[in-house]
Design a protein around this ligand. Structure first.
Ligand code: FAD
Length: 419
């Protein structure tokens, strides 16, 4: 078997590990647009703060040797020739495959005028993050302006404050991380950011990055102009799918896959931030751009590429904030709830979002000790109506009978072989 993997992010590298584990003789080639060994994007901020490499290069810098794979760096894929079963590279080269795993992840999505101009940086890949932090380290920046207060914008603002910059974050919505957090949980994050010196502007829209040849300011929707010497777009991500244009691989927002992470094209699979996988709870198909999903999907895609029939159970939504100084965890969704149950001790946030008496979302701040229990109840789809008082209690703990009750239906989290 000759397998080719596009991308060596968490999805690509877990696919490579699985291929090697299941088939010691499989020939594996990985193609990465970047010049680095496989790395973990969530570990970038810590790496720039501490210099630590073990968590950044989470599999070891020699993972390709360990796995005996042909790892090609700065090998940018520009197309796929499905008829001839070849991946086409930007430099004109071609790499033949018997099975193909598309794990090209996601890139910055910044639908703002001027966002493509020189001087607008991002913190999405190690390459762009190195450029950004390099500018700070060389003393070329003292005032940063970050557009977007999602998870990446928030994390980056904390890093840049730590690196000694004055930081302004501009967010169009009225609270931070609006797609992940409810307003009450977000307020905990906002307080922590402001205590760290971040100048947070909420409910403010940026219409344009401008300046020639490099961006020197942004124009707000109000007409006001804000100057800085470091501009970052952190307005969202979108799947890396451009190279699939003109191929028969079906692409919506991301690559459309079935429950086996397969595409309608024989022997072509997709995994990670590039794939529109089904949600574990709702079954809805969309891109769930988080690390654990990428790893699990990479494993499933690889097993199936080798001829297994492993079903992906579905993606989870789960986020926590690192480096904030206060723990914040969001699990599931707050959309579509018909009831919100509040609990928690004074000062902390504990909001459980229910639909038809089942937990569909959990928001915790300051005290996140019960996160695992709520997640378990959510994934098991337990009817919690009778236990509302218990689950609201600040003392709700693993010893609670509701958690250990033996007859609870269990839905395995990872994957299940169907044959
Ligand atoms: C700053 C930051 C913090 C994060 N924090 C968290 C967190 O706390 N928890 C969490 O769960 N998730 C977090 N994430 C999200 C998580 O990193 C992603 O969900 C995960 O990396 C997705 O893995 P992936 O392999 O699908 O894609 P990626 O990690 O995006 O890797 C895809 C790789 O494919 C390469 N590629 C793309 N196109 C091509 C091409 N045409 N040719 C060749 N190679 C190509 C890319 O260069 C990239 O190296 C964070 C992300 C960032 C950026």
């Amino acid at each position: 078997m000759r397998a080719v993997i596009i991308g060596t992010g968490p999805a690509g590298i877990s696919a490579a590990e699985t291929l090697r584990r299941l088939d010691p003789a499989c020939e594996v080639t990985s193609l990465s647009a970047e010049p680095y060994p496989p790395y973990s994007p969530p570990a970038m901020a810590d790496h720039f703060l501490t210099g630590r490499e073990e968590t950044l290069y989470w599999k070891g810098v020699d993972i390709a040797e360990q796995l005996r794979i042909d790892e090609r760096r700065e090998a940018v894929v520009s197309g796929i020739d499905c008829d001839n079963r070849e991946v086409v590279l930007q430099d004109g080269g071609r790499v033949g495959y018997e099975a193909l795993i598309i794990a090209s992840g996601s890139r910055l999505y910044a639908p703002i005028k001027g966002a493509d101009k020189p001087g607008v940086l991002d913190f999405k890949s190690l390459k762009t993050a190195n450029e950004l932090v390099g500018k700070v380290r060389r003393g070329e920046a003292s005032k940063a302006l970050i557009v977007g207060a999602g998870l990446i914008g928030v994390e980056l603002s904390l890093l840049l404050v730590e690196l000694g910059l004055k930081v302004t974050v501009i967010e169009r919505e009225s609270w931070v991380m609006p797609r992940i957090l409810d307003q009450e949980t977000a307020s905990v994050v906002e307080t922590a950011l402001m205590e760290r010196g971040v100048d947070l502007r909420l409910g403010v829209s940026v219409d344009e990055f401008f300046g020639e040849p490099e961006v020197t300011s942004v124009r707000l929707h109000s007409g006001a102009v804000e100057h800085a010497d470091l501009f970052v777009a952190a307005t969202g991500v979108r799947p890396h799918v451009e190279f699939l244009a003109g191929t028969p691989v079906a692409v919506g927002w991301g690559v459309q896959v079935d429950e086996y992470m397969g595409t309608p094209i024989k022997d072509v699979y997709a995994a990670g931030d590039v794939a529109e996988a089904a949600d574990l709870l709702s079954g809805e198909r969309y891109v769930h751009a988080i690390f654990p999903n990428a790893v699990a999907q990479g494993r499933v895609a690889a097993a199936n590429a080798l001829g297994s029939k492993v079903r992906y159970e579905g993606a989870e939504s789960m986020n926590s904030l690192k480096h904030l100084g206060v723990p914040v965890v969001a699990i599931g969704t707050i959309q579509g709830a018909d009831e919100v149950v509040k609990g928690g001790t004074k000062g902390s946030v504990r909001s459980l979002y229910l639909k038809d008496n089942r937990i569909i979302g959990v928001q915790l701040a300051l005290d996140t000790s019960a996160a695992g229990l709520y997640r378990s109840l959510m994934l098991r789809r337990v009817n919690v109506r009778r236990y509302i008082r218990e689950i609201q209690s600040p003392d709700f703990s693993p010893a609670d009978s509701i958690f250990t009750w033996p007859s609870l239906p269990h839905t395995p989290l990872a994957t299940r072989a169907t044959s």
